[in-house]
Ligand binder design. Structure first.
Ligand code: BTN
Length: 254
């Protein structure tokens, strides 16, 4: 794409008119021929994967389904930070689209008007503590006019937000440009200190009450913002600050 300004991200492109899942495609290539920054894009996925074993809907022509294949030289315990980096890249790209005001719901949903517009699924392959590769899969609702009943009031698309959608290849280039810049900065820094303020500027949970659900236990906190290792800083009723780690708990707004 003529809009691409990257060194490695999306320079190698695998395009599918229809495939099972771009994450699956990226993982298969990752096993043999792992080119850092390779991008897998599909016009339609027949077996799109969401988080926690959910499926992800990506009908022909309405969404962007794409996965970056990455070879990060970082500690294996820090891989989830890449997902947070990608969420900010998406928020930056959305800021360039007319009529869309992006928000981030910690850790990594990108919303508009409080409704989900993007889902991100990061998968990793490792040998012991060595990372073989990481796949960051991103699903973006672009031209959807409606959603299945169970998510109808929780999901939105660029079209529903601004009445016109946006050019998909332009948008993919914008995400790639921003993601590469932020990713390089992250690899240099190893932590997210450089990103905290910008991430928090998009954070929909900020200063809001959130529930943290751990098993049967439900605790109410005030969300303060991102911590430099990717957790959510929250304040409890006694004023004490805690760093909530993603994956341990489920955070809901009230
Ligand atoms: C979520 O549950 O919020 C994550 C959804 C991730 C969907 C994207 S679409 C491109 C890539 N390929 C997949 O099978 N899943 C991700």
């Amino acid at each position: 794409s003529k809009y691409l300004e990257t060194r490695t991200f999306a320079r190698k492109l695998y395009y599918y008119d229809e495939t099972d899942s771009t994450n699956t495609r990226a993982k298969i290539v990752g096993e043999t021929d792992c080119v850092h920054g390779a991008l897998f894009v599909a016009n339609e996925q027949t077996a799109g994967k969401g988080r926690r074993g959910h499926s992800w809907n990506s009908d022909k022509g309405t969404t962007i389904s794409m996965s970056y294949l990455l070879k990060p030289d970082i500690d294996i315990s820090c891989v989830s930070r890449i997902t947070l980096v990608s969420a900010v890249a998406l928020a930056r790209a959305f800021s360039k689209v007319d009529g869309v005001k992006p928000q981030i719901k910690w850790p990594n949903d990108v919303l508009s008007d409080g409704k989900k517009m993007v889902g991100i699924l990061t998968e990793m392959s490792s040998e012991g503590t060595d990372i073989s590769y990481v796949v960051v899969g991103i699903g973006i609702n672009v031209y959807n006019r409606s959603f299945p009943e169970d998510i109808a009031d929780k999901a939105t698309s660029i079209l529903l937000e601004n009445g016109k959608g946006c050019d998909r290849s332009w948008f993919i280039a914008q995400v790639s440009n921003e993601f590469e810049k932020l990713y390089d900065e992250f690899i240099k820094n190893k932590d997210l200190g450089f990103l905290v303020d910008e991430y928090n500027s998009y954070l929909v949970n900020r200063d809001k009450q959130v529930y943290v659900i751990e098993g049967d236990k439900k605790t109410e906190y005030t969300a303060l913002g991102l911590s430099k290792d990717g957790g959510l800083l929250v304040r409890d009723a006694d004023g004490e600050v805690h760093d909530i780690i993603s994956g341990e708990v489920s955070v809901r707004g009230i």
